[in-house]
Design a protein around this ligand. Sequence first.
Ligand code: GDP
Length: 473
Amino acid sequence: ELANRMAERVGDVIKSLMNNGVMATQNQSIDADTAELIIEEFGHRVTRVSDADVEQVIEQTEDKPEDLQPRPPVITIMGHVDHGKTSLLDAIRKTKVVAGEAGGITQHIGAYQVTTEGGTTLSFLDTPGHAAFTSMRSRGAQVTDIVVLVVAADDAVMPQTVEAIAHAKAAKVPMIVAINKIDKPEANPTKVRTDLLQHEVVVEQMSGDVQDVEVSAQTGQGLDELLEAIALQAEILELKANPNRPAQGAVIEAKLDVGRGPVATVLVQNGTLKQGDIFVVGEQYGKVRAMENDQGKRVKEAGPSVPVEVLGINGTPEAGDVLNVVETEAQAREIAEYRQQAAKDKRAAAGAATTLEQLMQKAKDDENVSELPILVKADVQGSAEAIVQAMEKIGNDEVRVRVLHYGVGAITETDVGLAEASGAPIMGFNVRANAPARNSANQKGVEIRYYSVIYDLVDDVKAAASGLLSNEV
Ligand code: GDP
């Protein structure tokens, strides 16, 4: 490979390596420093890959409007534990996956597609829960177009419901409310709707614009209506992609399979992924050896919003990693290696913290940054609300404070996850972070600030907003 790139003979390169004390065969890898030495010996110039090169290789050209075609929406189901996320995903899959297709064994690949009565195709992420959503977002992969918020009619709005709302709002993803377990005698959908009002989710039944559908994952009641509601929301969004370009996608799930090696479920976001394509995915690279769809069938291509299981990766990527098709294997490897090194460097330079100061600096550096995102946790509802109200008043033409989420109680890992995904600090008022949250915040470099006087908190944020924050905490 090295000989090839220098347009020198392989034998000469090996000889030169030997002269330098490296006994290498033709297919052996050598480290970058050795390569550099050899290259210079041959009188060639060394250029190491940089971020700019990566960007250049991964062509990010805008698609022309005439090249864009409608694509299916991608849906994530969120909600409180036991409210029926898994049951709903299963029920939708069972009733809607085309029956009768020979060998149509649905397999769990982390996402699946269904077609509604009206003929709209929908892609569901089959990984319920908020962790997946946040970790994807924090890795830069925004794959979800629509969030279905499941609320059990016998339990109404619970803490994780509130979290889910915060996540959807932070990601600016539209929501549809599925009021589940409507079959239960004690079901009280009205309570769900009024509870939601308190969290600024106004459903259609309450004259708002968030669609709400009563469903039962158990009896199947309302499932068709739910799917049509999603289809309608998708129509409003006018989702489009260009199937005729090299693919870009996001990893939904990845694992090391004993028999097949690294396997990743990739949701194609733009372009079409084809068998034989060479790609880089996060810190890994590969060539599509084979692809299987959600029905376990071999496919040769996958277009926008289609989930496929991909074989042929050299290592196991992580959920949320972005996949890009590139032209040559050398490019793919170069980018992957560059990213591995960059990740190593980043881990070494401990704590890329999200502090108020850094946010302000970012706001200064980037003229488009006009929002100062923060999370607020307080001991009682009254203080939380007072703080949020005060926050809303801060700001001027350039900077505005955006409270992504506020709540009552200790600062938890979930708060840290949300803060990291949105690059926000957490402001604790008369509350502390629990141990897992503290560890997680340290690891992820999320700043947690503690206050016992509202005035101090407001003052700090105000100062940050006007770029006058002093350095001491
Ligand atoms: P998740 O934690 O949100 O994924 O919730 P699950 O899907 O695991 O459901 C929790 C429990 O509620 C299970 O025992 C389900 O059988 C039950 N459940 C889910 N949906 C319904 C429903 O529509 N009606 C009734 N009666 N029970 C349901």
